[in-house]
Design a protein around this ligand. Sequence first.
Ligand SMILES: CC(C)(COP(=O)(O)OP(=O)(O)OC[C@H]1O[C@@H](n2cnc3c(N)ncnc32)[C@H](O)[C@@H]1OP(=O)(O)O)[C@@H](O)C(=O)NCCC(=O)NCCS
Length: 213
Amino acid sequence: MILGGGGHARVLIDVLRVSGTAEPWAILDSDSLLWGSDVLGVRVRGGDDLLQAIADEGASAFVIGVGGTGDNTPRRRLFELALSFRLVPLTARHPSATCSAYCEIGAGSVVFPGAIVNAGAVIGRNVIINTGAIVEHDCVVGDHAHIATGARLASTVRVGAAAHVGAGSTIRQCITIGEAAIVGAGAAVVSNVEPHAVVVGVPARTLGVRRNG
Ligand SMILES: CC(C)(COP(=O)(O)OP(=O)(O)OC[C@H]1O[C@@H](n2cnc3c(N)ncnc32)[C@H](O)[C@@H]1OP(=O)(O)O)[C@@H](O)C(=O)NCCC(=O)NCCS
C-alpha cells in the first residue's frame, strides 16, 4: 500500500511498476477529497484508519507516497505508523537510476529516475533521492531525508535525519546538514547547516530556524 496520494505518489507508482518492485494494491490519504479517486489506476481507499483493514486484505508492504518541499515530519510519522502495523517498507529504484554496488540504501527509500548514488554512500530509511539528484561517494543521508530534484551532494556530505536538500542545490564536500534543516532550492552550501535551520542563496545564508511537526 502507498501512504499518500499526491503527485509524488504518481512518480512512485511508475517507479514501482517499471522496476518490477511491486504492484500497488491501495492508497491511503488523509485528504477526504481524494477518497474514491484513482491515481494511475490505484484506488485511494480512505485515510490511515484503514491501515489494518488493508493489511487484512493481504497487503504486507508499504511505501510512503508523500513528497514535500521542506517539512519531512509527515513522512516520518507515516513511516513509523506503518511500521507499528508490522508492515514491511519497500525499497525501490527506477531502472534509469545508477546506484553503486558499493552503496547502501535503507528500507523504504526510493531512488527516482536519473538519480546517481555513488560508491560508499549510505542512505538511511524512508529517504527520497528525487529525480536527477546526485549523492556522491561516502555521503551519509539520514532517515526520512529528502534529496530533492536535481540536488547535488559532493563527496562525504552528511545529511541529518528528516532534512530537506532543496531542488537544484549544491552542497560542498565534507559539509554537515543538521537534522530537519532545510536547504532552499538553488542554494550553494559551503558551510555546515545547524539542525532546523533554513538556508538559502549562493553562498547559502540562514533565513531562520523552523521547528516542524
Ligand atoms: C527555502 C524555502 C523553504 C523558504 O520557504 P518560505 O519560508 O516559505 O520562504 P518565503 O517564500 O516566504 O521567502 C522568504 C524570503 O526568502 C527568499 N527565498 C525563499 N526561498 C529562496 C530560495 N530558494 N533561494 C533564495 N531566496 C529564497 C524569498 O525571496 C524571500 O525573500 P524576501 O524576504 O527578501 O522577500 C523555500 O523557498 C524552498 O526553496 N523550498 C525548497 C523547495 C524544493 O526543494 N522543492 C522541490 C521538491 S522536489
